[in-house]
Design a protein around this ligand. Structure first.
Ligand code: GLA
Length: 405
């Protein structure tokens, strides 16, 4: 944080007044369930996006990035901010600011000088983008002396981030805002609720990058949005076969027919819907079950049982939801062979990372195995696999601190 503050002072010729920091997340179970109104089980991680800032009297935001690959930009806070080109990093900042301006009545808004930095790996499925949205929101709220509740803010930002063109659910923003050190977070949606689940002491979480970038803002965005609309199509199918009023999402289906098992519902849908839509639905309904069971197993300290749910989740993401790829599959297989309790892709998929659950004592041999089987054959000589796979700790949620002189 010291380096960020000094960098700010040099660039802006004044001291920053606040530093906002928001973690990325790694999801243990519950993939592509959030936008269906079904639960997830992520962990906020010890990697953060940080923003040092000082307010201005006008509504201009001048935003620089400590990483020279990310160009500086400026814009006016308003309820209709012109986005940059698709994929531009500044769109995540603008998404947060526009979302807040739209949500709160104010005559005047205070902009600021901002400097962004961070260590959440990008295009890794660890939600660096939502961490930037959350940190931006906390920075802008601080400058404008606004203090919404975390739940209110998480709900607001889940919608605000759609500004970038992804029809995302609310997992990433909620995990970043409401995470708790040493705990996973069971999150339910519409309305948003969270429950912390303690992680056993002797457990370690390792992320392994597949070396395939998971860039939500680029090509994967369309594939992601297609899954969202396939799930809506599944709802239309259920309305017909069950002769039931319009469904908002598959979560509402589960609520309305609590006694019907997923297999039975999927069977019914198959008489009415496209086979791809049926497979998507099977993933979503069975994945929700894995979250319910997984939360109990974790709370009981049954790590073997929890790990089996993770492997099953990966198979379902691969075979029914079609969001895996050969590299992610290979990493999961290597993890199974190396004695991981569980492993699966994490985040939207289409590249990015796997999440691996291990006993602490198994971490070193596990890292040796993935380096030998996956990274060494792929990385150039002199490239350090240590930058592609890392041990993560479950950390607290986002915060914004005011700096004292
Ligand atoms: C992305 C989205 C989340 C969630 C996951 C898949 O990370 O931002 O809302 O849908 O994909 O589980």
């Amino acid at each position: 944080m010291r380096a960020l503050i000094e960098d700010f002072e040099q660039r802006c010729c004044r001291a920053p007044r606040w530093v906002a920091a928001a973690p990325g997340r790694i999801n243990l179970l519950g993939e592509h369930t959030d936008y269906n109104g079904l639960p997830v089980l992520p962990v906020a991680i010890d990697r953060r996006v940080r923003i040092a800032l000082a307010e201005r009297d006008d509504a201009t935001l001048r935003v620089a990035n400590a990483d020279p690959d990310h160009a500086a930009f400026s814009f006016e806070a308003s309820n209709a901010i012109e986005p940059g080109p698709p994929g531009a990093w500044g769109n995540y900042v603008k998404a947060a600011v526009q979302g807040i301006v739209q949500a709160f009545e104010r005559e005047r808004w205070r902009g600021g000088d901002w400097l962004v930095s961070g260590d959440v790996p990008v295009a890794a499925g660890l939600s660096s983008s939502s961490a930037l949205v959350v940190a931006s929101a906390l920075a802008f709220l601080a400058a404008n002396d606004l203090h919404p509740s975390r739940i209110e803010l998480a709900e607001l930002l889940a919608v605000a981030e759609r500004y970038v063109g992804t029809q995302g659910g609310g997992m990433d923003q909620a995990a970043s805002l409401l995470g708790r050190a040493g705990h996973a977070l069971r999150i339910d949606f519409f309305p948003l609720r969270t429950r912390a689940v303690r992680l056993p002491e002797d457990v370690a979480l390792v992320a392994c990058h597949s070396l395939v970038p998971a860039a939500k803002a680029a090509g994967a965005r369309d594939a992601y949005n297609r899954r969202v609309s396939e799930c809506r199509e599944a709802c239309r199918g259920f309305e017909r076969v069950l002769d039931t009023p319009p469904l908002v999402n598959l979560g509402e289906l589960v609520e309305r027919f609590p006694d019907r098992r997923p297999a039975e519902l999927v069977e019914l849908l198959s008489t009415e819907a496209d086979p791809d839509v049926v497979r998507r639905c099977r993933h979503v309904l069975t994945e929700a079950q894995r979250v319910y069971r997984g939360e109990r197993l974790l709370a009981d300290g049954d790590l073997e049982g929890f790990g089996r749910e993770m492997f099953a989740s990966h198979a379902s993401c691969r075979d029914d939801y079609d969001v895996s790829g050969p590299e992610l599959d290979e990493l999961v297989q290597i993890a199974a062979d190396a004695g991981a309790l569980g492993a699966r892709l994490t985040g939207a998929g289409f590249g990015g990372c796997t999440v691996n659950l291990l006993r602490r004592s198994r971490v070193e041999p596990f890292l040796d195995a993935v380096d030998r089987s996956f990274y060494r054959p792929r990385l150039g000589r002199g490239e350090d696999p240590g930058r592609r796979r890392f041990v993560l700790a479950a950390s607290a949620g986002a915060e914004c601190v005011e700096l004292k002189d």
